[in-house]
Design a protein around this ligand. Sequence first.
Ligand code: TYD
Ligand code: MG
Length: 468
Amino acid sequence: MIFPPQAAEGIKNVYGIPMKKPRALIFRCGSCGHEEPKWLGRCPECGEWNTLTETAVSPGSHAGRALSGGTAPRSLPLSAVDPQEEKRVGSGIEELDRVLGGGIMKRSAVLLGGEPGIGKSTLLIQTAAAAGTRGRILYISGEESAGQVRMRADRLGLTANLDRIEMCCTGRLEDILVILEAVKPVLIMADSAQTLHTDEAGPAPGTINQMKFCAYELISWVKDHDAALFLSAHVTKDGLISGPKTLEHMVDTVLYFEQGGNPGGGGYDGDCRFLRAVKNRFGSVDEIGIFTMGEGGLQVVADPSLLFLVRREGAVPPGIATASVMEGSRSLLVELQALTVPAKGSVSRVFSGSIETNRVSRVAASLEKHLGLRLSDQDLYVNVAGGIRINEVGVELALAAALYSARTGIALPAATAIAGELSLAGEVLPVRKKAAREKTAGGLGFSLFTAGDLKGAALALFGSVKLG
Ligand code: TYD
Ligand code: MG
């Protein structure tokens, strides 16, 4: 058993209370690089035992500057604090502004995670070229050469801001800090966290320790200099743990890029990409950014419902229902597609990527119990056109309708958008934002349908209730 190192004798704080440690020392975990002001037997970050060792913080680092004093710490009445709200700048990309909560906040750090090839670098260069910031923009590329980034910018037809975007192709923190002081950018794009390294955080490049140390220094720099940082990070094969996840607690906003499917309609080229906030100190995490990725890079979609509705000649086949859902503050119509087939195994299974399988099972159980529609011997497949993930409860009645229609072979009436949450008792609970839903549905030539209970909904939509 290792005991905490003994406190240094004779050092007192401003209140005359003996201090346990000289303040320029910290305890750093040898496994993940997490830092603690005091010794602990177990690292709270990675859970490893006996990995925290006493480390002298180098005076040049931000942590060192903070710990070794300089100016005396002081507090401020909240009324005297400068509100930051007016310090937002438009990113020039509407869907990005939406997920950020209304633009790029000064002194903020945004982590942009996603699988390789999803479009992180594309979004960074498009944002650099479109951002409404006044000063210079530093694009740090640890993966691509300056020539490659320029080629991409040209291919995307980006012409604005090119004089203001300073390129630097290195991942070495010491070099980056020198460049930061020389350029004094207001916006920094760091692509990617995994390529950052420093001599200060151990000899092996590419470790979590290296990435965290460097990210912390960049974040500190933007906080001290009224700038903003976008830091991209790959979601690696072994999951999130060695990648962006370890940086999430350091930044203000965490955005993840998700891969969607092909657009259902609307004539958009490329496939759908969704930008979702999982943490946002400056806005809601409900909003999503909707893009298509095609020849022209990431495109903002003017009417997203067009991506998630399939235009058909003739009648709508059984198993198809149109749901009215809210994604953040935005009302959308999306096409749900359901298929039921006799279960291949002894237990029936649910295959659903875009709606939680638990929700599908619960809705299927309600149909079985309250309408007598046997689904427990069926495998259930559920899709959403465009591959958008739907988390809103208001999708449940439409999901019930799609499953009912798939199982009975009766098609739903055309141009009907369905909204409603199901209770386990078979009631349909009213949805929020009905007026917004009606407006969206009306604009696309749909009428909004909702009902008081499952049986009433089945009678109205299918003309009869199938029992047994
Ligand atoms: P990229 O931004 O390099 O992804 P990341 O930085 O997340 O690894 O995007 C690369 C992918 O996007 C690649 O598969 C090609 C595609 N793409 C387009 O389809 N159109 C474009 O205009 C661009 C720039 C990329
Ligand atoms: Mg990239």
